[in-house]
Design a protein around this ligand. Structure first.
Ligand SMILES: [Mg+2]
Length: 259
């Protein structure tokens, strides 16, 4: 995996970027710093301003593990597309599964609440109920490895067994038939009619997009990870800001050329 601002990465940007392409982003850890309390996350103003500038040239999408209502409270602007719950909320037809997914998550949540011991060995574990999926955070646990092992054992007792997707000090529990972010990006490409997509994400759930390996999808991972399927990486959110500048600059020039 090479750096996006390497010679090869810049050359790829030059050939790939065009006005009207889908510009899709994960939220936490990509557009905004990860914080201990997910409800405290706020998108930096400089990131929001760049996304708004980018919106003049291309459809912008945010694909997040958060629920949609929660996501909207943290954005401060309205992109062309917002997809929540790892692709399971907001795309056409998502309502067909909504009631069933919500009932399942409610049942899992009740079981976990009854079996977690927040005053004892599960101290610091936080269940985030996103209605159509659950996120179980263990960032604040005194021993994260012990907490992770204990949670994985506990999840095996859930019925039906959820699809468990790991992340940065979090387990995401989804219904077995839930879709993922890779599916969501392909849907957005179809819906928008965009000629291609760029996707930037920082976590394991974003690997479902990175591993699409479509020639019309350029993928970038935040923070180098040697096993990532992404095409390129950037070091941090500061560099994500620079990527946005690179996209805006190139689209501005190309839209002028097209006039
Ligand atoms: Mg993320």
């Amino acid at each position: 995996m090479r750096h996006l601002f390497s010679e090869a990465g810049l050359a790829r940007l030059d050939t790939f970027v065009q006005p009207g392409m889908l510009c899709a982003f994960d939220f936490d850890g990509t557009l905004t710093p990860i914080v201990a309390q997910p409800d405290q996350a706020q998108m930096p103003a400089m990131m929001r301003e760049r996304l708004m500038a980018l919106s003049k040239y291309a459809p912008v999408a945010i694909l997040t593990g958060r629920g949609l209502a929660d996501m909207r409270a943290h954005m401060g602007f309205e992109p062309a597309y917002v997809v929540g719950n790892h692709g399971n909320e907001g795309l056409p037809g998502w309502e067909a599964n909504a009631q069933r997914f919500a009932a399942l998550c409610k049942k899992w949540h009740a079981f976990l609440r009854d079996h977690l011991r927040p005053q004892g060995e599960d101290a610091g574990v936080l269940i985030e109920d996103k209605r159509y999926s659950l996120s179980v955070h263990y960032r604040a646990a005194p021993d994260q490895a012990v907490a992770a092992a204990r949670l994985l054992t506990l999840f095996k007792a859930l019925s039906p067994m959820p699809r468990v997707m790991g992340g940065k000090c979090v387990f995401n529990l989804l219904p077995p038939e839930a879709v993922d972010k890779g599916w969501a990006v392909q849907q957005l490409l179809e819906i928008s009619g965009a000629p291609g997509a760029m996707y930037i994400g920082d976590d394991i759930t974003d690997e479902d997009v990175f591993s699409l390996k479509r020639s019309d999808v350029l993928s970038v991972r935040v923070d180098f990870f040697k096993d990532s399927a992404a095409d390129f990486f950037v070091q941090n959110q500061g560099e994500v800001g620079q990527v946005l500048d690179a996209l805006i600059g190139r689209m501005k020039i190309r839209s002028k050329l097209a006039c």
